[in-house]
Design a protein. Structure first.
Length: 442
């Protein structure tokens, strides 16, 4: 029997053979629907790329305009990042993880590096300056991620002005990323043991200017949306998920806090020195899409508070652990073209110290060894708890790395949010979850 015959029924018609393909969730749904005499139909919303969430497929069973069943189809953006990490050194892994949830690269890097540092036993050796800059970059990233959530959510509703404002302000964040790391996205800036490089000249002043500008710009979202009767009517009581539902599904982040629980890992399980910062964890009690919008606005204001404190806390010092067997790249300095190691550093290691040259070569090509064991480290990403489970067999490459991505977990709430509602409200509910498929599929 051919492969086609094994997976499909064949009927001969006057027009030629007709194949009834079986297998997969569509077949099961179709069989169940065929048993019913009502007018329920199945609609595939996707696979498509709605705004910038990623390629998501929503399988909806609808009765008229009412959604009776909703499920998510994922996997269209699968990159194999977790598997690829097993074939790269521990430091090279940062260039992969930063690309998972492409809207929260610094959080991906931080979770991974914190887990690696826990395995190495150097958590307390990471310099204070490196931790302050890590917090600074993560809070900038929280702002840019929330701005995209608000911008794309607005665009999906037809509120194009909200979209323009959101991406306008996100550009300010990306300009700071470029100034500090050299790249707008996927910078692999946070490394095991610290950072790839220190803050460049002028970056502190640029951050202060950014905070002033963003404080003014955030007011515009309130004027445009918060009290807008059309905007409120479109979001209020849509995508409802109460606290018990969040707890049952393992939901974290703004969706959980919109149900009234002030759970935030920055407070509950502080990392990178977050216990030393003064900030609040905003909550709402609406448990709907409107509450999540208001919540993200408040979280951005709190992030600006933390960023200001980071700038005030910055003191001169190293940004990488002192152990030269871990600190990769060793003594990194950028050349005039913004790439590589500077000629001065190359001249130093090649002309004055054969041992330094050999060590640099081995560190970059082979990498450092991590003691066997496993560790889990979690950070509070803009979407919820982002955790990295890292396993080492004692080699220079990870044995296994697995991420607990909040977008993946939060997508489980789509059925609870959408079933019983209208088809048009599915868009609002999914936008309020703010899933990014790069983090879901990995």
């Amino acid at each position: 029997m051919s492969n086609t015959q094994a997976t499909a029924g064949i009927r001969e018609t006057t027009e030629g053979p007709v194949y009834d393909v079986t297998g997969g969730d569509w077949d099961r749904i179709a069989e169940e629907i065929a048993k019913n005499d009502d007018e329920r139909i199945i609609v595939n919303m996707g696979p498509q790329h709605p705004s910038t969430h990623g390629v998501l497929r929503l399988i909806l069973e609808i009765d008229g305009e009412t959604v009776t069943e909703a499920r998510c189809g994922i996997g269209y953006l699968h990159t194999g990042i977790e598997k690829n990490l097993e074939y790269r050194t521990w430091t090279q892994g940062t260039t992969f993880v930063t690309r998972m949830d492409y809207l929260t690269p610094f959080f991906n890097e931080a979770a991974y590096c914190l887990a690696v540092e826990r395995l190495l036993g150097i958590e307390d050796d990471v310099p204070d300056r490196a931790n302050v800059i890590r917090v600074l970059m993560m809070e900038l990233n929280r702002l840019s991620s929330h701005l995209v959530a608000i911008a794309t959510g607005g665009m999906e509703l037809g509120a194009t002005t909200v979209m323009i404002f959101g991406f306008r302000d996100r550009e300010l964040c990306l300009d700071l990323y470029e100034l500090i790391t050299g790249l707008r996205m996927n910078s692999a800036y946070i490394r095991p043991g610290g950072l790839s490089q220190d803050l460049p000249a002028g970056s502190v002043d640029a951050v202060r200017e950014f905070v002033k500008k963003m404080r003014k710009n955030l007011v515009e979202y309130d004027k445009l949306c918060s009290g807008n009767p059309v905007f409120k009517a479109r979001l209020k009581d849509i995508g409802h998920l109460d606290l018990s539902g969040c707890m049952a599904l393992g939901i974290t982040g703004p969706v959980l806090r919109s149900a009234g629980l002030p759970h935030d890992l920055r407070k509950a399980q502080p990392y990178c020195g977050y216990e030393n910062y003064d900030f609040e964890v905003p909550t709402t009690d609406t448990a709907d899409s409107y509450g999540r919008f208001l919540l993200r606005l408040e979280e951005m204001r709190e992030s600006l508070r933390i960023i200001e404190q980071c700038v005030d806390r910055l003191e001169p010092g190293p940004v990488m652990v002192g152990d030269k067997k871990i600190a990769w790249p060793a003594q990194l300095a950028l050349g005039p073209d913004g790439l590589g190691n500077s000629l001065d550093h190359i001249k130093n290691i090649m002309g004055t110290s054969m041992e330094a040259l050999i060590h640099h070569f081995k560190l970059v090509t082979e990498g450092f060894r991590v003691p066997p064991g496993q560790a889990y480290a979690a950070v509070e990403s803009p979407k919820g708890e982002l955790g990295a489970h890292v396993v080492s067999d004692g080699g220079t490459r990870p044995y296994r790395v697995h991420f607990r991505d909040p977008s993946f977990t939060n997508l489980e709430a789509v059925a609870a949010m959408c079933e019983g509602g209208m088809v048009a409200d599915v868009i609002v509910a999914v936008a309020s979850v703010d899933p990014v498929m790069g983090g879901v599929d990995r």
